[in-house]
Write a protein that binds this ligand. Structure first.
Ligand code: B12
Ligand code: SF4
Ligand code: SF4
Length: 309
């Protein structure tokens, strides 16, 4: 007879997710590895503090009865946004994972439908997700440091949950880079900021375009206007990757902003001042969460395009 773990993972697969279960005992080694990366200078101290100090390593306070960690990959294609500006329609990418509420709700719906039937429960937790996916064999790293899952390319969101599902067959394994990366350097060449390097396996996150366009500070002068390619984040190292070829045609949401809406966004009016239909569009796309950088990012993209650079 199948163990509960196999039945549950199979049921989640029927919902379109890929998932792995691992014992809670590995949580300490994830924390240790991050500390070691920091001591080797591969991740900065400030980045370590701001990103990982608020993560949920302390499982006892989150779910005292937890015995395992469930890592879930949920497919999510890009979305395309159309902005009417100066008499032209401009198509702009919203990369996978930013429409996060919808993604997370779908996973939770599946977990709620499956786990209680077998007498188990779960708690969502903020942990280093790529490390967990790679360490459970759910995915493999690309040279671009993005995680790839079979059948999804890199177009998916990851989430992790503490659970009390007994981990009878632990999926913990050595992390691996995709074999296809050997001899390939397309993402290195496509990265406008030089964040990816053949010499080190960890990207220089402090140079990544996403690092800058997700925060409010003005862009450093060395960032060329024509590098901007998405309303938030950057798609260059994923769009060029041959491993994503089969996943580029799908679009999750297509949303149009007319000239008046584009102009309100560029003005950076505060969300309560926006008309309800515009706020609803931003809300659906989870762009309300990124509102403080939206006007600057949109202006960088539209002006780059207007001047044709
Ligand atoms: C902080 C963060 C960022 C930072 C720093 C990124 C970074 N590389 O660390 C910034 C703002 C730059 C960023 C950018 C992006 N991010 Co981000 N980010 C995160 C966050 C919050 C933590 C990531 C983390 O743990 N970093 C720490 C480093 C040390 O972890 P790591 O990369 O896994 O480290 C290993 C590899 O570098 C590695 N390695 C690489 N190759 C190999 C090969 C072998 C064999 C081995 C052993 C190791 C190895 O060695 C390290 C240790 O093992 C997660 C969400 C979460 N809670 O996990 C999302 C997350 C990782 N981001 C995500 C995404 C989508 C992006 C962007 C693509 C966004 C976009 N479209 O613009 C870019 C991609 C940049 C890139 N090329 O990596 C997704 C990843 C989905 C996926 N398919 O991988 C996540 C999981 C969010 C989510 N909920 O889905 N991100
Ligand atoms: S572009 Fe090439 S090297 Fe980069 S992640 Fe894809 S297969 Fe690997
Ligand atoms: S997301 Fe963009 S800037 Fe960051 S590593 Fe990939 S190509 Fe480079």
């Amino acid at each position: 007879m199948d163990e509960p773990q196999d039945t549950i993972l199979g049921r989640l697969q029927d919902y379109g997710f890929k998932a792995r279960l691992t014992s809670l005992e590995h949580i300490g080694s994830v924390g240790d590895e991050l500390l070691s990366l920091m001591s080797q200078g591969l991740i900065g101290e400030e980045f370590y503090k701001s990103t990982f100090s608020r993560m949920g390593f302390d499982y006892a306070t989150i779910m005292p009865r937890a015995t395992s960690i469930l890592v879930v990959a949920s497919p999510q294609p890009m979305s395309t946004l159309y902005f009417e500006y100066q008499g032209k329609m401009h198509c702009v990418i919203l990369p996978p994972t930013y429409v996060h509420r919808e993604l997370y709700e779908k996973v939770k719906k599946a977990l709620n439908a499956v786990l209680p039937q077998y007498g188990y429960d779960y708690k969502g937790v903020h942990l280093p997700l790529k490390m967990l996916a790679a360490s459970t064999g759910l995915g493999m790293y690309g040279r671009n440091n993005i995680c790839y899952v079979q059948g999804m390319g890199s177009f998916f969101g990851l989430s992790a949950f503490y659970t009390n599902i007994p981990c009878t067959s632990d999926s913990w394994t050595d992390k691996a880079m995709m074999p296809e990366c050997v001899g390939c350097s397309l993402c290195i060449e496509a990265c406008p900021t030089g964040s990816i390097s053949a010499a080190r396996s960890v990207i220089d996150a402090s140079k990544c375009l996403t690092h800058f366009n997700e925060r409010k500070d003005s862009f450093p002068v060395w960032i060329e206007p024509h590098w901007h390619n998405a309303i938030i984040g950057c798609m260059r190292c994923q769009l060029i990757c041959p491993q994503n070829e089969g996943f580029l045609g799908k679009v999750e949401h297509e949303v149009t902003f007319d000239a008046a809406e584009t102009s309100l966004l560029l003005e950076g009016k505060s969300p309560p001042e926006l008309p309800d239909p515009l706020r609803a569009k931003l809300d659906q796309l989870c762009l309300v969460d990124w509102y403080s950088v939206l006007s600057r990012n949109l202006s960088s993209l539209l002006n780059r395009r207007s001047y044709g650079s």
